[in-house]
Unconditional design. Structure first.
Length: 174
């Protein structure tokens, strides 16, 4: 017979669960900030595999000896709390946001590549040119500014003021 109180009760001290959730969340945030913006963009198959493996590896540290729905609920609430808290702190204090949140990085200025940003994001010239072609741009000289955005995508401002093409989307279903 199903006993709800046993299923929902925590088997690990709540303080330990809160600490595990906090440390794991904040450590992953720091690690992802170190990796760079480019890695947070659209997910490919390899990226999806990394996300699954990170989630699996983090779950061991998160749960410890936890085994009930109550334990899982405390961990999920802790992670959601820190997600909202970081957003709220970033909104309230811009200096905190400068540390906690990624900002757009100037990748191209007046047709010239910023090699420092490219090195930081591990982007080759061929990759940048590929991204420009997705925007309908075939020559660096056409670009007034291009930024790598916090979500990993590249935004482009053309010299002539025309709107660049929207980046091409992969075909549906395949």
């Amino acid at each position: 017979m199903l006993i709800w109180t046993e299923m929902l009760a925590t088997t690990t001290p709540v303080v330990e669960l809160l600490l595990r959730g906090t440390v794991t969340f904040l450590a992953l945030i720091v690690a992802l900030r170190i990796v760079g913006q480019r890695e947070s963009g659209g997910l490919g198959l390899t990226d999806l595999l990394v996300v699954v493996l990170v989630a699996d590896a983090a779950s061991v540290g998160l749960q410890g000896d936890a085994g009930s729905l109550g334990d899982s609920f405390v961990l999920v609430v802790t992670i959601l709390f820190w997600s909202v808290a970081l957003d709220a702190l970033s909104y309230r204090w811009p200096r905190f946001a400068a540390v906690a949140k990624a900002r757009p990085k100037s990748l191209i200025r007046n047709g010239e590549l910023d090699h420092r940003v490219m090195r930081r994001e591990f982007m080759t010239r061929a990759e940048v040119l590929s991204q420009l072609r997705l925007h309908g741009i075939t020559d660096l000289a056409e670009v007034k500014r291009a930024y790598i955005e916090p979500n990993g995508m590249i935004s482009v401002i053309r010299r002539d003021g025309a709107e660049p093409d929207a980046p091409a989307q992969p075909p549906a279903g395949g």
